[in-house]
Design a protein around this ligand. Structure first.
Ligand SMILES: [Mn+2]
Length: 327
C-alpha cells in the first residue's frame, strides 16, 4: 500500500491539488494509436491510484480531449512540418487548459498523446510560473531516447513531435500566425534550464545544437558511467533548488524490453527502476510543478503483455513523480 507524500512543495500552495489534462492527440507524428494512451492509463487505474493511494484532490474534467472541433480540414506541409496547423491549434488550446490549473497553484499532469503536446503543457506552466513567482524561469527535465530539438529545417521526418524543444526554447520560430504564432516569450524556456536524461538516438543537427548551446544532457553513456543516482544529483544540481521543475517523460526513454508500446523505440534504454528513480528524485526536490507522460501507444508493441507492461510502467512513473515511495 502507498500513502501520501510527506514532502512540502516549494512552489505550490498545497501538496495535494493536482490538475489533470488528458490529451488524445497523435498529429505530431504518423502512427495512429498514441491518442488512445490516456484512456489506457486511466483504465489501468492511474487516476484512482493518485486520489485513493496518494491522497490527491484531482481537478479533472473527466474528458479525453481529441480537439476535433479545432482540427483544420486542410493542413498542408509548411517548412517541412507535417500537420502544422493542427499541432499548433491543439497545443495552443492545451496551453490554455494547463495554464488554467497552474495559475491556481496546482501541479499539472498532462497525459499525452505524442510528445508535441509538451509545447502546450510547458508553455502553460512556464507562463503561470513567471506570473506566480516574479518572473522566475521554469526548468525542464526532458527524459527521452531522443532530443526532440530539431527545427523544421533540420528535421528529416517533418514530424513535429521531434521539434517541441526547438519551439519551446525559441530555436525554432513561427513565420505564420496559424503555425505557433500564438507562442509568446513568457511561455518559452531557457536552454540553460533544460536537462536531458536518457538520450541515445540524437540526430547530427541536434548534436550540433546541444554542443553549441552547452545544453546539459545525460545520455545512456553517462548513466552507464556514473549510475542514475549520480546523474540525478548532477541534473538537479545544474537546475538548482530555487527553480520550479517541469518533468516531461517520454516512455521511449525506457528500454523497449520493458516498454515496447511506443512509436519510436530505441534499444539500450532505462530500466524500470532507473525510470522510477528519476521520478522519485524529482519528487523529492519539492520543486515539481508540471508533469507530462507521453508516447504510450497501446496499438504498438506486439502482444497484449507488451501493451500492459508499457501502460503499467507509465502509471508507475507518474505515481513516483507525484510522491509514491517504496518505504
Ligand atoms: Mn520525445
Amino acid at each position: 500500500m502507498t500513502s501520501p507524500s510527506l514532502m512540502t512543495p516549494r512552489f505550490l500552495p498545497t501538496a495535494n491539488d493536482l490538475g489533470v489534462v488528458s490529451v488524445g492527440f497523435s498529429g505530431g507524428q504518423c502512427k495512429l494509436g498514441v491518442d488512445a494512451a490516456p484512456s489506457a492509463l486511466i483504465e489501468a487505474g492511474l487516476l484512482n491510484q493518485l486520489s485513493t493511494d496518494l491522497g490527491f484532490t484531482l481537478h479533472y474534467d473527466h474528458t479525453i480531449h481529441y480537439y476535433r472541433d479545432i482540427l483544420p480540414t486542410e493542413d498542408p506541409d509548411h517548412r517541412n512540418m507535417k500537420r502544422p496547423i493542427a499541432v499548433s491549434a491543439v497545443t495552443q488550446r492545451l496551453s490554455e487548459q494547463v495554464y488554467e490549473h497552474a495559475s491556481q497553484g496546482r501541479c499539472v499532469l498532462t497525459l499525452g498523446g505524442d510528445h508535441s503536446v509538451a509545447i502546450g503543457s510547458i508553455a502553460g506552466v512556464a507562463r503561470a510560473v513567471r506570473e506566480r513567482h516574479a518572473g522566475r524561469e521554469l526548468a525542464v527535465i526532458w527524459v527521452d531516447a531522443h532530443a526532440d530539438i530539431n527545427t523544421p529545417e533540420t528535421s528529416n521526418s517533418g514530424n513535429i513531435h521531434g521539434m517541441p524543444v526547438a519551439f519551446l526554447t525559441g530555436l525554432a520560430r513561427s513565420d505564420h500566425p496559424s503555425i505557433f504564432g500564438w507562442l509568446q516569450p513568457d511561455q518559452l524556456i531557457s536552454l540553460k534550464k533544460l536537462v536531458y536524461i536518457g538520450l541515445r538516438d540524437v540526430d547530427i543537427g541536434e548534436k550540433r545544437t546541444l554542443r553549441e548551446h552547452g545544453v546539459k544532457a545525460f545520455s545512456m553513456h553517462d548513466i552507464d558511467k556514473h549510475g542514475i543516482g549520480k546523474v540525478m544529483e548532477m541534473a538537479l544540481g545544474h537546475i538548482g533548488a530555487d527553480t520550479p521543475i517541469h518533468l516531461s517523460f517520454d516512455v521511449d526513454a525506457l528500454d523497449p524490453l520493458i516498454a515496447p508500446s511506443t512509436g519510436t523505440p530505441v534499444r539500450g534504454g532505462l530500466t524500470l527502476r532507473e525510470g522510477d528513480y528519476i521520478c522519485e528524485s524529482v519528487h523529492e526536490t519539492g520543486s515539481l510543478v508540471g508533469l507530462d507522460l507521453v508516447e504510450v501507444n497501446p496499438s504498438l508493441g506486439g502482444d497484449s503483455v507488451g501493451v500492459r507492461e508499457t501502460v503499467r510502467a507509465g502509471c508507475s512513473l507518474v505515481r513516483c513523480a507525484l510522491g509514491e515511495s517504496l518505504l
